[in-house]
Design a protein around this ligand. Structure first.
Ligand code: HEC
Ligand code: HEC
Length: 338
């Protein structure tokens, strides 16, 4: 696509907070790579970079805290054994330091929360949203609300949203891991396995355990003890399919067909991983409890078609040890009236 057609595609798009032509070039590159162009009425925001932070007119201590938040986001392994019990960094799923469209950019949470969240049935603020990814995606225990680490991470998220109005009211371009259309054929485990072994195993390893080299994390684990647990958003097959299509193989996003993305997503989400922190002690009962919402999109508590294994039927929490309950369904604000 040439620049002119991208210019045309931008008609009617709302540009948040002073986006310069230079920064816009970054987005043009995305469109050239095959990502959808912004649609009319969508809010487009290009978050500031760490270089912009150095130039910004902010209190030096605030800059330090934002740098700390960035460091925690991109090297969350420094909290291993305390808040993180798998092989992930936040940036393992939120690529481009949490800035990248179609890769779950994290700043929208800073301008759309507090809001009601179906996953835990109450109004969440930004800290609680971050805590959710710790509990499930990092198979961890969130830092305490208001602690230095939580404030630093929140500050990083909020600073990325610089210039965007609160509760913007328009759909946000590139938010989340966009949902693909329903596949033409039912996703297929065997086809998914073949794609995985041919295009993914070179980095993520044949058994899904990723790669550690000399004690250093190189590639994350899409399943197994080093991965996210069964309660993580990416264990839903449609979220995995959206993630893979828009982000993988690394460096070749948008190269798989939608069908291939669904197939490989089914393969990955049909592998074992640490127990859902909402586990009641019985996998079928736990599935049933969240069957209308979350687990209708996962393979958890179902029998895997190719070998009949009952997925999630174990008390294995990876490195986390005990199963710690999380705040799902915790009653909040019940004393308030309409
Ligand atoms: C295993 C993958 C994974 C990891 C690791 C992960 N997340 Fe997420 N995160 C997700 C998914 C999936 C979503 C939901 C995206 C969607 O709705 O499409 C999400 C959503 C979010 C959102 C909300 C974004 C929005 O649009 O409102 C924030 C904020 C967030 N994550 C922060 C974090 C932080 C901070 C960490 C590290 C402590 C982290 N995530 C680690 C997968 C992950
Ligand atoms: C060239 C190496 C490479 C290839 C090939 C590759 N990935 Fe990744 N993948 C990565 C890296 C690196 C990350 C983490 C992003 C980061 O740290 O910047 C990642 C992240 C992921 C994640 C989220 C974190 C996790 O482990 O769950 C999934 C899922 C994933 N890749 C699936 C795939 C699939 C499916 C394919 C094949 C279609 C694939 N990858 C091919 C390097 C690769």
């Amino acid at each position: 696509m040439n620049n002119r057609s991208i210019g045309l595609a931008l008609t009617g798009v709302i540009l948040a907070g002073g986006v310069s032509a230079g920064v816009w070039a970054e987005y043009e590159t995305l469109v050239e790579m095959g990502y959808p162009a912004p649609k009319e009425g969508e809010l487009v925001h290009v978050p500031p970079t760490m270089e912009d932070l150095e130039e910004a007119d902010l209190h030096p201590e605030l800059k330090q805290v934002i740098r700390r938040g960035y460091d925690l986001f991109t090297n969350t392994q420094q909290l291993r054994g305390v808040n993180v019990f798998n092989d992930m960094n936040c940036s393992s799923c939120h690529l481009g330091e949490g800035r990248q469209p179609f890769s779950g950019p994290v700043w929208p949470a800073a301008v759309t929360l507090p809001d009601f969240r179906g996953k835990n049935q109450h109004v969440n603020n930004l800290e609680e949203r971050i805590a959710g990814c710790f509990a499930y995606s990092m198979n961890g225990t969130p830092p305490i609300y208001g602690s230095d680490d939580m404030v630093a991470l929140s500050a990083y998220h909020q600073w990325l949203a610089t210039g965007v109005p609160m509760y913007p009211g328009q759909p946000i371009y590139g938010r989340g891991f966009p949902r693909l259309d329903e596949p033409e054929q039912a996703p297929d485990y065997a086809r998914g396995e073949q794609i995985y072994q041919e295009q993914c195993a070179v980095c993520h390893s044949e058994d899904g355990s990723g790669l550690y080299q000399a004690g250093e994390y190189v590639f994350p684990a899409p399943w197994g003890d080093g991965s996210n647990n069964w309660g993580a958003g990416i264990s839903r097959t449609f979220t995995m399919a959206g993630f893979v299509k828009h982000n993988m193989p690394l460096g070749q996003p948008m190269s798989l067909s939608d069908q291939e993305a669904w197939d490989v997503a089914l393969y990955i989400t049909s592998q074992e991983r640490p127990q859902d922190p909402r586990y009641t002690g019985d996998v079928r009962e736990t599935r049933e409890r969240f069957a209308d919402t979350f687990h209708k999109h996962t393979q958890y508590g179902t029998e895997r078609e190719h070998d009949g294994a009952l997925l999630g039927n174990h008390g294995n929490t990876g490195e986390k040890g005990e199963i710690r309950p999380w705040n799902v369904g915790m009653p909040r604000f019940e004393y308030l009236e309409d």
